[in-house]
Design a protein around this ligand. Structure first.
Ligand SMILES: Cc1cc2nc3c(=O)[nH]c(=O)nc-3n(C[C@H](O)[C@H](O)[C@H](O)COP(=O)(O)OP(=O)(O)OC[C@H]3O[C@@H](n4cnc5c(N)ncnc54)[C@H](O)[C@@H]3O)c2cc1C
Length: 370
């Protein structure tokens, strides 16, 4: 099968490797240079579903030494002053042997590793342009050109979208009073925020808050921002200094009503975009890749490529919708600080704390999808 991929971000690049692995010839179109693709300042939470995909492609063994594993995921509700800890034993048996609830990865390291891998594969042809000269040459065209996809706009594919009335602030901070194998998801009335280990005392803070508060916090000097952080970090954790720049970006939600149009299939943020604080975004994008690659490796679909887009779209519906709703619910749950919600929130925390099968269900849904 001849396939064109538009966009060589983490989704498009992994799709190129997976589809080449499934026996396809791939033309990978990207308007940016490799250097520009690598030099993005982002940090991702990697779950077991992504670990499995990278392992099957033979990328995991080279990459794992670049990732920071964590063994404890602490969920804290500030309004209730309660904490639940998810442990390795809450994972399914086959994931437990990896001794990590998840991993934290810096964009540069994953992108570099994946681009190196692509350079070794003869059936991937990288083309440095944004225009496909002749779409008739391809059995399938994969649009992985991101949340502002021009392909999707051109094909007029409808989607449900809205902007959160929040911004996301990210910063790398040296912290005291925290172990390097702990990650935190903190539910705060301003919005959820995450504290992710980057090795040693270095942690990534990803914090969502109202646009007004976020704009104010972005105007603070680093030392005043550190003072602010000390007020929102869990008791006993102290920020020492900020490494690099504090950044902020707007947050929006996108869900395509359909993940295909004709022979075009939408992968990754071209199809769906969710709030970043749940740490699900990239993992969901890579499960799209895995699904498409599995379909193209089936000989029936190889002989009938025109039905792949529809089957792909139907196959991804439940996982993407469920994770989008779960992540959005986490944001809304975090912000509903009215008294009437105290009892239901207490109940949720109580069952999470007392019933290991509920923790098992929650953690496995967030790590392996639906
Ligand atoms: C500012 C920012 C910060 C983020 N931080 C985090 C984070 O901390 N944690 C996290 O999990 N996620 C984060 N995300 C989301 C995360 O980056 C995405 O989930 C991830 O990059 C996968 O996206 P993608 O490959 O689908 O799209 P992108 O990464 O957007 O890749 C799309 C690619 O398509 C290319 N392209 C676009 N149009 C064309 C065209 N016409 N022709 C050819 N190429 C084209 C673009 O140059 C780009 O390389 C962040 C996103 C943004 C914007």
């Amino acid at each position: 099968m001849n396939i064109a991929i538009i966009g060589s971000g983490l989704t498009g690049s992994l799709a190129a490797i997976s589809l080449a692995n499934a026996g396809c010839r791939v033309d990978l179109y990207e308007r940016l240079s490799d250097e520009e693709l690598i030099n993005r300042d982002r940090t991702y939470a990697i779950t077991h579903s992504s670990r499995r995909i990278l392992e099957n492609l033979g990328i995991w063994s080279n990459l794992v030494s670049e990732l920071v594993p964590f063994q404890y995921l602490n969920l804290i509700d500030y309004e209730l002053n309660k904490k639940v800890q998810f442990l390795i034993t809450d994972l399914c048996k086959s994931d437990q042997k990896y001794s990590a609830v998840g991993w934290i990865a810096e964009h540069k390291k994953i992108m570099l590793s994946i681009l190196d891998f692509i350079s070794e594969i003869d059936s991937i042809n990288k083309i440095p342009t944004s225009v496909i000269p002749n779409t008739n040459n391809y059995d399938l065209i994969v649009a992985a050109d991101g949340s502002n996809s021009t392909t999707k706009k051109r094909l007029k594919t409808p989607s449900f979208s809205f902007n959160y009335d929040q911004v996301c602030i990210t910063a790398r901070v040296l912290l005291r009073g925290i172990k390097s194998n702990h990650a935190f998801e903190i539910l705060n009335s301003e919005g959820p925020f995450a504290v992710l280990p980057l090795g040693g005392d270095l942690f990534q803070i990803i914090c969502s808050q109202s646009i007004v508060k976020g704009t104010y916090n972005m105007s603070l000097s680093k030392s005043l921002f550190l003072d602010y952080l000390s007020t929102i970090l869990p008791y006993g954790i102290e920020p020492d200094s900020i490494v690099g720049e504090i950044k902020s970006f707007p947050i929006n939600f996108i869900y395509n009503y359909s993940f295909f149009s004709g022979k075009y299939v939408y992968l990754g943020e071209t199809a769906h975009k969710i709030h970043p604080v749940g740490g699900q975004g990239l993992n969901l994008c890579w499960r799209d890749v895995d699904c498409l690659a599995k379909l193209t490796s089936i000989s029936f679909f190889k002989n009938n490529p025109s039905i792949i887009p529809l089957i792909y779209s139907l196959s991804r519906f439940v996982d993407v919708l469920s994770i989008s709703i779960l992540t959005d619910s986490l944001v809304r749950y975090s912000r509903m600080n009215y008294n009437i919600f105290v009892l239901p929130r207490l109940f949720i925390f109580l069952i999470l704390k007392k019933l290991s099968f509920i923790r098992y269900f929650m953690l496995n849904a967030m790590t392996n999808g639906f």
